[in-house]
Write a protein of this length. Structure first.
Length: 166
């Protein structure tokens, strides 16, 4: 098993300024909570919303901390746990399944040398199994940092995708 160390992100002055900027860009609008959390997550190298950031957002918006955690745990594009620089989200829903998503998952696992749920030692890649993210017309597809990579029906395409991220 290969799992990278997961340093804890604390609320530095720099991170506070970035979160303030995100809140400002969303006009402190609590109905934009999902977009706010995605943007905050993008500011953090480990691709997650740390506890300190969640508490800070709850202080700044009229939103309960429990609602923030509901979002963090409900939406597969968000995480409250540190992840790799590139979390590779493998779709496990029906359309990708019938388009041989199992072979796509096997190829990623073999090339990266990790299982689903693990992170490479260099902290670059995590493999995650997630439900449909709406790219069924491009099945079999994966999502990486919000971007869709579809029609991954050959090992060569998967190798090229990984090579372009390294
Ligand atoms: S079933 Fe895979 S993206 Fe929809």
């Amino acid at each position: 098993m290969q799992t990278a160390p997961t340093p804890t992100v604390t609320l530095t002055k720099e991170l506070t300024a970035k979160i303030d900027q995100v809140l400002k860009s969303h006009k402190q609008d609590p109905t934009q909570l999902l977009g706010i959390l995605l943007d905050v997550q993008d500011c953090i190298e480990q691709n997650y919303v740390p506890e300190a950031a969640a508490f800070y957002i709850a202080e700044k918006l009229p939103v309960k901390l429990s609602v923030i955690y509901d979002c963090l745990t409900f939406y597969s594009s968000l995480s409250d746990q540190p992840r790799a620089k590139y979390p590779i989200q493998l779709c496990n829903s029906i359309v990708c399944h019938v388009n041989d998503a199992a072979s796509v998952a096997a190829a990623f696992q073999e090339i990266l040398g990790i299982e689903i749920g693990e992170t490479t030692y260099d902290g670059k890649f995590t493999l995650e199994s997630v439900p449909c993210f709406g790219a069924c017309d491009q099945a079999p597809a994966v999502r990486i940092k919000g971007k869709i990579y579809g029609h991954l029906n050959t090992r060569e395409k998967i190798q090229q995708l990984i090579a372009q991220l390294i």
